[in-house]
Design a protein around this ligand. Sequence first.
Ligand code: NAD
Ligand code: GLY
Length: 377
Amino acid sequence: MAVNSGPDSRIVINVAIASAPYEVRIAPGLLARAGEECRPLLRKPTIAVVTDERVAAHWRAPVAASFERVGVESHWLILPPGEATKSWDILARVTDWLLAEGIERNDRIVALGGGVIGDLTGFAAAILKRGCGFIQMPTTLLAQVDSSVGGKTAINTPAGKNLVGAFHQPALVLADPLALDTLPLREVRAGYAEVVKYGLIDDPAFFSWCEANGAKLLVGDAEARAHAVATSVAAKARIVAEDERETTGTRALLNLGHTFGHALEAETGFSDRLLHGEAVALGMVLAARYSVRRGLMAGQDAGRVAAHIAAAGLPASLSALGLACTGRELADHMLHDKKMDAGTLRFLLLRGIGETFLAKDVAIDDVAAFLDAELAG
Ligand code: NAD
Ligand code: GLY
């Protein structure tokens, strides 16, 4: 991974995956010059763009105009917004449309949107003609700092989230902080949880930066947003280059807060009641508090984590969620987590802020008892 500053104060982060290295370019205004940025990668004067209705309402016109300026006609598939779009039915719709568009292996398909569009389009690109190229243009904070980088693509099935998918790296990522100006605040906050995650994993100075600058970022400070995206992407690029397929345990660190979070999402029906990033935020607080219970982390540090998550307007207390379930029921959702390994639960715990590690000795009964105590408040 290398970070360079370009001529227009852009930040370019190289994701140094041996088989498929690519750049993440971060700069305000990139969407309005998407055509110019992508043109060198295109072999034909047409491009297929997959997006959703809400993103299209704000960003279709500037992106289409930029392709037009460089002589490329953009063809658009505009899907319904929301998690339900990551489905078999819509995947078939996307692949049928791409085939009708005459997409060839060396073409590039554009995913313009949040994690839903990125995961779905990336998976379609992975399986179409046994693998076509694609470009990520992430428009949510969550997608800019996490899902657009690293090549995890997937759809959901009735059995669970992201259970059918593939590793398929994009050819290029264009992250434009201005895209976040049209994003609802609740979605910005949800994405911010993933930003805080990088501080908690292994960068205590970045966690302190978040404490000092998070409020500015949330209300729209462009410099703070660009810094947070660049720091997060640099961290993710480093981890992914080291462990692309999550085989050594390094990439698993990116799942901090996700085992608790996944259980909370499952309990709330993967609905708007609790967004993915909100579940991760509370999941990180629970991971910190459970680490205190295990005698691993100082209570003061866990308090700092909870205080910052709460200050960002994210859920920081399980009892405040008002769930009508037991700790055992929540813990049972974890048994369906795809990170189960030979029947054992792998858990990300903390020894301190910036000291996350993978614990393999977590007893589900103990987690259930902990959750009962947390539910009671
Ligand atoms: P999302 O894609 O559903 O976007 C959230 C909402 O914001 C949608 O309604 C969308 O239409 C709208 N939106 C997007 N950009 C906008 C903009 N600029 N202006 C206005 N509205 C905009 O949600 P998300 O949080 O980006 O992604 C969540 C998905 O990402 C989940 O499916 C999750 O599983 C996946 N994910 C994948 C990875 C990975 O590594 N592949 C990592 C984390 C999460
Ligand atoms: N979002 C977790 C990962 O990319 O591994």
